[in-house]
Each structure stands twice: as C-alpha cells, then as structure tokens.
Design a protein around this ligand. Structure first.
Ligand code: ADP
Ligand code: MG
Length: 860
C-alpha cells in the first residue's frame, strides 16, 4: 500500500483516509459499491468469500481490490463484525466533485459494541460496549448500550482486582471491551477486546470530556465524586463513540453510577450452574430460570428482565418496592391482562428513539413510534394512584402527547418505509411542500389543456402538444399552417412536414413538472430530518417512558409467572435467616409430566450453619440444593417464589460448586477445577453468603474425597469470618458423623421407601443421615444385568463388614482381572511413565485418566 509517484487522485485520497484507520477495514464508497483495497481486500475476500480483483492505481501498478454492493452492506458487515473486525465506512459526501474528485469522509466505524442496525443486533438482549481502566487494586468499569442510551459506570476496589473485574464482565456480557493498550488483559473475558492508546484514559482529559458532553460544571451530580477510574472508563467510552459513531453520543443524556455492593455478586460458575438465563446443555432459555419468569411482551421488557435476573438486589427497600409492584399485578389479574394486551402492539421504543435521534431513522421508524405513543394514554390509565411503586412508574411514564402530535401532524398515515420514495409528509404540514405539489399538479393540468387552448387561440386545428427526451414538451404545427403561428412561439426543430416550437411559458411548466418530484423528495427529506431533530429534543422523555414501560412489563411478567405457577410473596428481611416452607424447584416442577413435584422445607434453625444431605443417586439432592438457591435469588430480584411461605434473610452472595461432569477444559482435570472453585469459595464467602456444595470431592479417590469434604465442612463451620449457610449434598456417609462433632451441622437425608426389595424415591428431605446406599438398586432400576447386581451386592457386603480395616475384596469371580497384578495393564502403564520429566499437574492428570480408564470412573 505504498504510495507511488503516478498514483491517481482517487488512490491518493484513499491512502490518505486509510492512513487514519490502520487497524480497521476501510469500506471506500465508489458509486454503488464499497470497495476495499490492498490487504483489506485480501482479508475481505477471504472472510466474506467474495472475488478478489485488482485495479490500476497508477501506471503499471495494480492493487488487489474486493467490493460489495452498497445495498447489501448490512449482511457483509455483520459477518465481519462477528469475526471481530472493525469496519470504517467511508462515504461520498456531497455530489459535487472538487477538482474532479468527489469528497469522501469516514462517517462511522462499526465495531461489535457500536452496531445499531436492527439486523445485526440481538433483539432480546442488550448490546454493551464496556470499558475497563485499572491499576493495582482499583478499577473503573463503564458500559454503554448505544441502542438504548443506557450509560453506567462504577469503581471497584478489591485485593485481587482481576477476578472482580472479570465477574462484572461476565454479568454484563458485553459485545466489546475497550481498554488501555498498555494494560495486559487476560483473555478469559466475554466479547471482543479493543486496545486503545493509554493517553485516552488519562483522568483529567476524561473528566473534561464528560463535563463537555453533559454541559455541566461538575460530575458530582452523577455520583462520580472520588471515582477517578470510573471517570476514566466513562470518558474513554465517550471518546471512542465520538470516533466510531458520533451520532450515538446524543442519546447519552445521563450517566448512572452504581456500586457492586448494590447487587448480589454471582460468579460465572454460579451463574452457569444455576442456569439463570441459559441452560448448560444447549444455552437456550427454555429450562433456565429466565424461561419460567419471562412473560415479558415488549423488547425493552425482555432486556430488562434479563438484567434483573443477572443482578439480584441487596437493598431491602428496592426489593420491597419491586415486590409491591408485582403484588399489585398478582392481585389485579384483570388490570394485568389488559396491560399486557396493551403492550402487544408496542415497538422497541428505546431503539426507535436511538435511531431517530441518532439520525438513521426512516419513515417506518416514525410510524412505529407514532403507533407506540398512541398506546400510552391507555397504558397510563390502567395504573393505579394508590400503589406507590406503580405511582412512581406512572410519574416517569410521559404521555408524550406533544411528540405524538408532532408526528401525527407531519407524517402521512401510510408513508413509504424509507425516504427513497416520496409521499412521506402529510398534506397541510408544510406550505412549501404543498405549494410544490400543488403547482406540479397545476402545471400538469396546464400542459394537458394546452393543446385545446392553443388550437382555439391560433385556429390551427391540427396543432399538437408532444414530448420527447431531447426537447421536452413542444408544440407541433404542420408546414401548411406555419403562417398562423403566433409570435411567442420559438422554433426548435424542423421536420419534413412540420415545425416544432416551444414557448417560455411551456418551458416553465415543464420545469415545474419535471423538477417537482425531485423537489418534493428534497423537501420531504429536509422536513423529515427537522422532525427527527425536534423529537431529539425529547430524548429524555422518550427514553424515560420506554424504561417505565420496560419496568411495568417486567413487574407484570413476574406477576404472571407467580399467578401461573402458584408462587407466594416471600418476606425478605435483614436478619440472618432462611425459612422456606414447601419450596419447589421453579424449573424442575414444570418439567415433570406424570409425577408431582414433591415440595421440601428449608428451615434453618438458629444455630444451624451447614446442612449435610445424604441420599442415593437420583433421589433429588441436587434439585433441592438448586431450588433453595433459586428461591433466594428470585426473592432478591423482587419476584414471588415457588413455596407455600418463605422468610429470607438477605444473602450477599450465592456460591455453587456443583457436580463433577463434563468439565475438563484448559488441560485441567475435573478435580483441579473443583479445587480451584472450592478455594475461591472459601476465600470469598461471608457469613451472609449461601453456599451450595454438591458432591465435593467427587473427582478424586474416595479417601481423598471424604477427607477434603470433611475438612471443607470443618473450615466453613469454624472459621469466624466464614460460617456461611451451607447446603452440602454428598454420597459420603462418613460425613454424617460431623453432626455429632460440630454444633452447627445438621444431617438430612432423602426419604426412600423400600418394599418388596424395590426402592421408591420419595424426594422428601427429612432430618437424619441416610443409613444405606441405594446405588445398587439404582443400577438395577437402570437395567444392569442380574449377575452384575448380584455380585455388586456381595462386594458391598464384604466392604461393609471390613469397614475400618484395610479393604480386601475376595477375587472370587474370574472376571475381576484388574486384581491380578501379572495381568494388570495399569502396571504396564505405570512402567512406561518417566518420573523425571513428569510435572505435578501431569501426574494428577495421569491419575485421573487411569481412574477413568481402569475403573470406568463410576462417577462415585
Ligand atoms: P441427586 O442429586 O440426588 O442424584 P437429582 O436432584 O439430580 O438427584 O434428581 C434426580 C431426578 O429426580 C430429577 O431429575 C427429577 O426428575 C427428580 N426429582 C428430584 N427432586 C424431585 C422432587 N422434589 N419431586 C419430584 N421429583 C424430583
Ligand atoms: Mg446430584
């Protein structure tokens, strides 16, 4: 892409622009195409599978070129953005060439976090652009959704800043993360990483940029006092937007600061394990908590319920406020139904506002806004005055009647979808436009009548009015009649038998007719733009209304879920307690078809810290653990809960360590992952946390497993800073002895009925430790061959008899090959191992692999 002497002017223009966007693919508008050149062309052609051609840019210098038609740009953009590229769109500005060259300018840079095209955006989810600035133990995080105007920032302090920042990123799940290029960011973050020069984040600079943007003298009003990192992050984002999509900044009318301590902290593993917004199995909503609670109707409601689920609250007042709103809609089913009916025709008011304010609005967007605003009075009417939460919502839900009036007066009832066609603006809105339309109609009529008028005036019976491309409209008179032609006729063309004339008047009307369409187009485009600009003055009002609708939608949705599924309003309290009566798992109860879901209590007595739950496989231990966590979480988002009654003391964090299956990744063994997660829990849990520990120690040998599990329980119980409420499911019966040793430990087990040598799981959790393992019965239920079940019972008996002594299995059956050393393939494998080159991790992995291979890793 080097310059060469004989470069054409357009090549020079290209190189000049390209030099400002080195790391970005430049889409260079040439007529109906966006062309890419040089390396960009190679990338584009490879990634988009389009033809790579070449173009002469100087004598003897051809460079690679690849182009896409401008009307299909969205689709191609989507694919490049998806692959993490940034694309600068360079348009032709103005039609008049200057020195033979059309001026061109980059109008926006499209990056994953700055897209607004409806076709590229996820409909139900926010598309966040986030920014991280950090140093030592302190970090600033800001994020923005330019399609909805949400703009927030926070400052985090933590002894280990990276995990804290990462957890926040997992919660936000941004499409793109901006950060200072001198920082080293770990790759374990969601979204695409965009490094940017460090000076951009310099705090004084960022402060000034925010002040200028918000036109204020101080940032204190935004809650940014003493938060230099948050200011840097927010200011960095603003600068980035100004360079990538300047129009987007208009939508950012405010900045909300928040604290991580306002929300329940959920680490990524817990989010996943509890299947809050998506299932582990297929990443879908169905089967996740979101799938049960989401009865929202509007797009903004869909986004908000996702946010609520991701951010359970820690503030009693805020929780109760939401609960009151939900309660109102639970108790007023009719209002709820009517309201939800009214939501159905609503368009995505947040994103519509963004498009209209941001300058990319089209007539169809105003049509959608008009029909949405028309519904507002009907919605507001339904809201009660006597319920304080809803009254508050109602206060910020503006009727926007002025804005509606403006659109109604300006916009045709059924205008074309885009500005490409005319007929957008209503008759009576603009005298100028009406004048042009009127005079064009008048001119048409005048020309249509001209023939008969002139025949009468001149007495030439054969006079004709005609039209051709070269001369436009003309009057044609046969040669025999030329002496009757009046003076004002100007001769234009001579034919064999006739002469053609024009008159200045005819030309005037002709111009009116021919130019009318173009002028109407121009005027309509201008009026439309003005209309959008006037609406932009109401951006705060429109967005606030959109957000209130989202809020109502979510409250009604939670009420709908509560009513459909028989939930109750939990009492959320400040004290340290957990009191759930007849609780149910919100998702599993819906999946059971023939069976009834068996409810269970989770009532912790005053002393109780750790509840150990034993019981056979498939009896319902894991379900119970998750159900308790989900009920607490639902309560803290303001929802009703699946129980008969519940009193829940605020929980600061929920931690989960669940199951050891399918979790081998990044070269770590299951056991390693398990221990890393366990360590994280023990370091961060407090006495107000809720710990869900399911089968800890499963990934290792029995003795190791029991020992670790035992030590973990002791630690949680005895560590003064910990003592978190813990639900511990295990198949290690040994652990039930802990209840005799530690005062805060209680044993529970899942009741089983045994009749005629058949086991039935009752799914009821009852006090006391389980005294028998039913694994073999489960094997039988699952259809293991009779002899296997038989033999297993014998071995079990031997094991039980020898308990306490070194275990020796009588190698009675010939198929017990593994117990004969001379034929044991494990020994052969051991022999192969080179102890001198083996790292501890590799050793651990080897052990793990062998266990799998030789013991078929019965995951017990
Ligand atoms: P465990 O962890 O003890 O192996 P799970 O919790 O995985 O058992 O439960 C196994 C299955 O039992 C679940 O998939 C569900 O179908 C059923 N189940 C669990 N709890 C209940 C319950 N309370 N009522 C009815 N069925 C249940
Ligand atoms: Mg389980």
């Amino acid at each position: 892409m080097a310059r060469s002497k004989g470069d054409t002017p357009i090549r020079k223009q290209y190189l000049e622009i390209k030099s400002q966007y080195p790391d970005t693919i430049l889409f260079f508008r040439l007529g109906d195409f966006y062309e890419t050149f040089d390396e960009d062309a190679e990338t584009t052609s490879r990634e988009l599978d389009i033809v790579l051609t070449s173009r002469n840019v100087a004598k003897g210098n051809r460079v690679p070129m690849a182009g896409i038609p401008y009307h299909a740009v969205e689709n191609y953009l989507a694919r490049l953005i998806d692959k993490g590229y940034h694309v600068a769109i360079c348009e032709q500005v103005g039609d008049q060439p200057i020195n033979g060259l059309v001026p061109r300018k980059v109008t926006r840079v499209v990056t994953p976090g700055t897209i607004v095209e409806p076709g590229l955006l996820p409909g139900d989810a926010n598309n966040y652009l986030a920014c991280i600035v950090w140093q030592d133990k302190r970090a600033g995080v800001a994020y923005v959704d330019i399609t909805t105007g949400e703009f927030s920032a926070t400052e985090i302090t933590a002894p280990e800043i990276e995990p804290a920042v990462r957890a926040e990123m997992m919660r936000l799940n941004p499409a793109e993360i901006l950060y200072a290029d001198e920082a080293s960011l770990e790759n374990e973050l969601p979204g695409y990483l965009t490094p940017w020069p460090a000076w951009r984040f310099e705090s004084a600079r960022c402060q000034q940029i925010l002040l200028d943007h918000f036109e204020t003298a101080s940032l204190d009003g935004f809650g940014l006092r003493g938060m230099p990192f948050a200011i840097s992050a927010a200011g960095g984002l603003l600068q980035y937007l100004e360079e990538t999509r300047p129009s987007a900044t208009k939508l950012l009318t405010g900045l909300a600061t928040y604290k991580l301590t306002e929300f329940m902290n959920l680490d990524a593993a817990t989010r996943r394990n509890l299947e809050l917004t998506e299932t582990i199995r297929d990443g879908g909503k169905t089967g996740a908590l979101l799938g049960v609670l989401e009865h929202t109707i509007t797009p903004m409601g869909n986004r908000l319920i996702y946010q609520w689920l991701s951010k359970p609250l820690l503030d009693l007042d805020l929780i109760r406020k939401r609960q009151d709103g939900v309660e109102y809609f639970v108790n007023h089913g009719l209002v709820r139904a009517e309201l939800r009916e009214k939501f159905k025709p609503l368009a995505d008011l947040e994103r519509l506002t963004q498009r209209i304010v941001g300058g990319s609005g089209q007539p169809r967007d105003l049509v959608a806004m008009r029909s949405t605003l028309q519904q507002l009075p009907g919605i507001k009417e339904l809201l009660p005055d006597d319920e304080s939460t809803l009254k508050e919502v109602s206060k910020d839900l503006h009727l926007c009647s002025q804005e509606l009036g403006l659109i109604e007066s300006a916009l045709e009832d059924d205008p074309p979808a885009t500005l490409k066609n005319i007929g957008v603006i209503r008759n009576g809105y603009s005298a100028e436009l009406d004048g042009v339309i009127e005079s064009s109609r008048h001119a048409r009529d005048w020309i249509a009548n001209l023939e008969s008028v002139e025949r009468d005036r001149t007495g030439i019976k054969t006079l004709k009015v005609g039209y051709n491309k070269v001369f436009g409209y003309y009057l044609e008179v046969t040669k025999s009649n030329v002496d009757l032609v009046p003076e004002n006729y100007i001769r234009k063309q001579t034919l064999v038998n006739a002469e053609r004339y024009i008159t200045p008047e005819l030309k005037e009307y002709e111009t009116l007719v021919l130019n009318a369409e173009e002028r109407i187009h121009e005027i309509e485009a201008r009026l439309f733009k003005e209309l959008c600009e006037r609406l932009a003055g109401s951006v705060e009002k429109l967005l606030s209304t959109a957000r209130m609708i989202a809020r109502l939608d979510v409250l009604a949705s939670l009420a709908e879920a509560a009513a459909l599924n028989g939930y109750v309003k939990p009492e959320v309290v400040g004290e340290d307690m957990l009191d759930i009566h007849e609780g149910r798992h919100p998702v599993v109860e819906q999946l059971l078809i023939s069976e009834r879901f068996v409810p269970n209590d989770a009532v912790f007595d005053a002393e109780e810290r750790i509840r150990i739950i034993t019981g056979p496989n498939m009896s319902g231990k894991s379900t119970f653990l998750r159900q308790v966590a989900l009920i607490v979480l639902m309560a803290q988002i303001g929802s009703y809960v699946p129980a008969d009654a519940a009193r829940i003391g605020l929980v600061d964090r929920i931690f989960t360590r669940i199951g050891a299956q399918d979790e081998i990744y990044a070269g770590q063994s299951t056991f390693m992952v398990e221990m890393v997660e366990m360590a994280n829990i023990l370091h961060h849990a407090t006495n107000r946390s809720l710990l869900i520990l399911d089968e800890i120690g499963r990934g290792t040998s029995t003795y190791d497993g029991v020992s670790i599990a035992w030590a973990v329980v002791e630690y949680i119980h005895n560590h003064p800073g910990l003592r978190a409420k813990t639900l511990f499911a295990t198949h290690y019966h040994e652990l039930t002895q802990l209840a005799d040793l530690l005062p805060g430990v209680r044993n529970y087990n899942v009741a089983v009925s045994e009749a005629d040598n058949k086991v039935v799981f009752l799914h009821t959790i009852v006090p006391g430790g389980a005294d028998q393992s039913y694994g073999i019965h489960v094997g039988q239920l699952a259809g293991l061959p009779g002899p296997v079940v038989q033999r297993a019972s014998e071995i079990l008996q031997q094991l039980e008899e020898s308990s306490g002594k070194a275990v020796r299995i009588d190698p009675q059956a010939p198929q017990q090959l593994a117990f004969f050393p001379e034929t044991n393939p494990l020994l052969a494998d051991l022999d192969q191992l080179d102890m001198n080159t083996l790292s501890p991790i590799e050793a651990l992995n080897k052990l793990f692999e062998w266990k799998r291979k030789y013991l078929q890793d019965g995951d017990e």
